[in-house]
Design a protein around this ligand. Structure first.
Ligand code: G
Ligand code: G
Ligand code: MN
Length: 395
């Protein structure tokens, strides 16, 4: 990496144009790298860590849109300025496409690029806040210091394990940090996309190693609302599932109910695409948002997860019991599976079983466990020990 704070990466098929831009960039205080090749551009992008990109749409081997897709897949956060000899409409549409991929698009220029305009864009970019994601989080992701714990889901009717939910932790200096302490940071600092991809990758890898032994067990993954406006997500997850030979119908995506207040149309688009690709979708923490019923009506869910705030005190709380009964009935009448999370006692298990709830999760059955311990727990549970959950709570 270089000492100069501002780094400009240029791809343009004309060597002369590259040289002019280099001069302008250096005058504006940037370290500049230029290339006429799309392949070299990709390599440079990965090593140079640019703070600003100038991209000619018409270059050999790759077209500009392919390069934009490459940048999106590598979670590029720096601004991108497009240039082209073609008409303005092509530039405008390409820029919009870039935005839809989640990229930060700057102004676009028709060739020949005006030196004054370019200078002004470079100066403006220097004043913009640079990516200030917390270093510890960036390093943890880069070094894959992500650990997943898994909490089983058990059928009330059969007492069999039907699923596991992946719950992320961050390993920093030997300690495990819970998700509430870093997911919001990741969401604010643009790291959530690479974090989510890493989580899914680890979860798929670990899950794959137990599928043959437990084909009836599905995998649930929590998705941050901030990734739900990303139109590429369903394709990326499907590709990852295929790479691991995992059938998408065995993957459940848990989405927190509070996620749905913003970007409604885009989120509906992404969720529906996930469904079309075979994933099942769960509405997590159900009952804590303010428009639960509207969401149920408008989005294609498969599962309701009743929030633990309604469940944990079901023994003493008669009103909560009426609520859980209504939600279970409502879910069933809509053809959905109903899961209760936060079951801590036998009493609460019995109440929910009698109310017709489908799936149970909570400390009473099993705490979230690291993967090695989970596999031991699953083996015990399969041997029938699961009928006495207390024995299994502390493997
Ligand atoms: O695992 P518990 O241990 O502390 O999780 C706390 C919260 O963090 C829950 O609301 C859970 O949904 C969320 N969470 C856990 N794992 C993940 C994850 O992989 N991604 C996202 N976005 N949220 C997670
Ligand atoms: O929002 P989400 O449903 O993903 O939250 C899962 C969170 O609930 C995790 O933090 C997990 O550790 C916690 N959890 C799981 N089972 C229980 C339980 O029985 N009681 C309580 N209080 N928390 C639980
Ligand atoms: Mn969850």
């Amino acid at each position: 990496m270089t000492g100069i704070k501002h780094r400009l990466l240029v791809v343009d098929d004309e060597v002369e144009v590259c040289e002019i831009i280099r001069e302008v960039g250096e005058t504006a205080g940037y370290e500049v790298k230029t290339t006429t090749s799309g392949v070299e551009f990709c390599a440079l992008y990965l090593n140079f860590n640019p703070t600003f990109i100038l991209l000619d749409l018409n270059i050999p081997e790759f077209d500009g849109i392919e390069l934009l897709r490459f940048l999106a897949q590598h979670n590029c956060t720096c601004p991108i300025v497009l240039e082209s000899g073609q008409d303005e409409k092509v530039l405008a549409i390409s820029s919009k496409l870039g935005e839809e991929m989640g990229l930060t698009m700057g102004p676009y220029f028709q060739k020949p690029v005006s030196v004054t305009k370019l200078m002004s864009a470079l100066e403006t970019n220097k004043e913009a806040p640079q990516d200030d994601s917390p270093d510890f989080l960036r390093h943890a992701i880069a070094n894959k210091r992500i650990v997943l714990h898994y909490q089983p889901k058990v059928s009330f009717k059969t007492n069999q394990v039907v699923g596991i939910e992946a719950l992320v932790r961050l390993e920093v200096q030997g300690k495990l940090i819970p998700p509430d302490s870093f997911i919001p940071l990741a969401e604010e600092s643009n790291l959530i996309r690479s974090l989510s991809q890493l989580i899914v990758q680890i979860a798929f890898q670990e899950y794959k190693s137990i599928i043959n032994t437990y084909p009836e067990i599905s995998l649930s993954v929590n998705l941050s609302p901030k990734t739900l406006d990303d139109l590429l997500m369903p394709d990326e997850f499907t590709k990852m599932a295929q790479e691991h030979n995992i059938d998408t119908k065995n993957i459940c995506l848990e989405i927190t109910e509070t996620a749905f207040s913003e970007h409604k149309l885009l989120i509906a688009d992404v969720i529906t695409r996930f469904r079309i690709k075979g994933f099942t979708i769960s509405i997590d923490d159900f009952g804590t948002g303010y428009s639960s019923l509207a969401q149920l009506h408008n989005l294609p869910f498969n599962e309701i997860k009743i929030d633990k705030s309604f469940i944990t005190h079901l023994g003493e709380d008669l009103e909560a019991r009426k609520i859980t009964q209504s939600v279970i009935d409502l879910g069933h009448s809509l053809g959905l599976t109903v899961t209760a999370e936060g079951i801590e006692t036998k009493e609460v298990w019995d109440i929910l079983a009698s109310q017709g709830c489908d799936i149970a999760q909570g400390f009473y059955i099993c705490h979230p466990l690291e993967f090695d311990k989970l596999t031991k727990w699953l083996a015990l549970a399969r041997d029938g020990v699961h009928t006495n959950h207390e024995h299994l709570s502390n493997v």
